[in-house]
Design a protein around this ligand. Structure first.
Ligand SMILES: [Fe+2]
Ligand SMILES: [Fe+2]
Length: 474
């Protein structure tokens, strides 16, 4: 479907035929732009950035490229095409037609889910707002801004659902999404992780690899929703999300590549020597992986969850790729969960599958997150080093669920509180690690130039060269 660019708000939802909704969104848009100006990327609002903009949802049209000033980016509302006769794919209402409107009995749950998802989108823009000032290259700067404008568009996507389907409450929630701010002591963002600033690029790459991937799995679960407009919105968001994880995977990969180049050159893997040479040593990278992985898997929630069971039963939120499963009702099946017991060991308990939906989603995420690790390790082994980076156990450094606050080593071995206190700094980024990584962060903004701690990418964006002027400053 083509998009009417005459509209102030580009969309494929026939906004012009719904005056009330159009007015609500036009009322919200200036507030959004104020927010973007105040809490969006610092320092580059007047620069021309080589951005991808969605102009339609089909394979050809959703990605058009050109230089735009970020405040002029065409944030719009795009839903994946409607599937004829789509049926509810799981839960108590299995097989019935999906909902085009919000059923009264599921209204509160759906509103909460949409608000929670919506809150993470602007939160991440706020967390990342100062990164441009210390970018390692124009290529990376452009990628950061692409991620930022798309997170902004994801906020638009959730605000559309709130305003189109939740009446006055929805309009109020849409305002609140601009009033809560990441790290604001009085009005923080809803989820803890989204209140921590991301102030170095290694953390940004880890965030886009691990935390945006949590976003991918949340969107996949919501794409299964019986509430069809939510499903269609999330299906389109997933196409954009893929780029965010690409930025993370290739970003970390390039940091590794630069480190192993120095290891070959200096014939050493001594972290101190590598730090003196201005690159990020592999043990430090492993600690960042440990931190970002463990905090991202917490986002899936408790392993035993009656809320998750309700979401599944009511049909509001499914499992990622629900069609992969045979049993879509999960009424009398059980899931095995290994939890810590009172005597310092572990035991396996059996819980109703419906209560294990968070855990099922988390395990799908973990398998997916492992794929990039294999690629990263190939960079190391190709250079001739016998070192492997690894995901820590899902018991490691958890704050939520059965393993929350139960000390465990990266290999999953349970520890006493004393052992944990003693070893923690070997496994998680220390103050010194963070200070070192930060000390590397200086802006490099000449076309084709790269900071010394990161290798250039294999190729540029949209067939442009790596040397292309991705961001033009004025
Ligand atoms: Fe997003
Ligand atoms: Fe994202």
């Amino acid at each position: 479907m083509a998009i009417d660019y005459q509209d102030r708000i580009p969309n494929n939802v026939e906004l012009s035929s719904d005056r009330r909704l159009q007015r609500a969104l036009e009322h919200w848009q200036p507030k959004y732009l104020d927010w973007w100006g105040e809490l969006g990327p610092a320092g580059f609002q007047a620069a021309d950035v080589y951005l991808r903009t969605a102009t339609s949802v089909d394979a050809k049209g959703w990605a058009t490229f050109g230089h735009v000033k970020m405040p002029d980016y065409r944030w719009g509302i795009f839903l994946a095409d409607r599937e004829e006769d789509r049926r509810i794919g799981f839960g108590d209402e299995f097989g019935k037609p999906v909902w085009q409107d919000v059923p009264g009995e599921h209204r509160a749950i759906l509103r909460n889910l949409i608000v929670t998802q919506g809150d993470t989108e602007p939160a991440s823009v706020e967390q990342q707002r100062k990164l441009g000032l210390i970018c390692p290259s124009l290529y990376d700067l452009r990628n950061l801004f692409q991620v930022n404008v798309e997170e902004g568009r994801h906020l638009w996507a959730m605000v559309y659902l709130l305003q189109a389907h939740f009446g006055r409450d929805g309009r109020e929630e849409a305002e609140e999404l601009l009033h809560r701010h990441s790290g604001d002591p009085d009005h923080p963002r809803i989820l803890g992780t989204f209140n921590e600033p991301i102030d170095d690029w290694l953390s940004f790459f880890m965030f886009t690899y691990f935390t945006d991937r949590d976003g991918k799995y949340q969107l996949k679960s919501l794409a299964e929703s019986s509430f069809d407009p939510l499903s269609r919105t999330c299906r389109f968001m997933l196409t954009e999300e893929a780029h965010h994880m690409f930025v993370g995977e290739t970003g970390v990969g390039r940091v590794i590549k630069r480190a192993v180049e120095k290891m070959v050159e200096l014939k050493t893997d001594d972290p101190e020597a590598l730090r003196r040479a201005g690159v990020i040593d592999l043990p430090t990278l492993q600690r960042y992986i440990n931190f970002w992985f463990s905090s991202s898997i917490d986002l899936f929630g408790a392993d035993k969850s009656s809320n998750a069971a309700t979401y599944f039963a009511t049909g509001v939120k499914g499992r990622p790729d629900e069609e992969r499963y045979e049993d879509h009702l999960c009424l009398d099946s059980e899931y095995d969960l290994t939890i810590p017991n009172d005597s310092g060991g572990v035991e396996t308990i059996h819980i109703p599958t419906r209560n294990a939906m968070n855990e099922i989603t988390r395990q799908a995420y973990i398998a997916d997150a492992g794929i990039g690790l294999k690629r990263w390790n190939r960079i190391i082994s190709k250079a001739g080093f016998d070192v492997e980076l690894a995901l820590p156990s899902d018991r490691f450094n958890r704050t939520i669920g059965s393993w929350g606050g139960q000390p465990a080593a990266p290999d999953g071995t349970r520890l006493t509180a004393e052992q944990w206190a003693e070893k923690k700094s070997l496994w998680l980024p220390s103050k010194e690690d963070r200070a070192y990584v930060k000390s590397l962060m200086h802006q490099v903004a000449e076309p084709g130039k790269m900071a010394g701690w990161i290798a250039p990418p294999d190729r540029g964006i949209n067939n442009q060269s790596v040397e292309y002027e991705y961001v033009v400053m004025h």
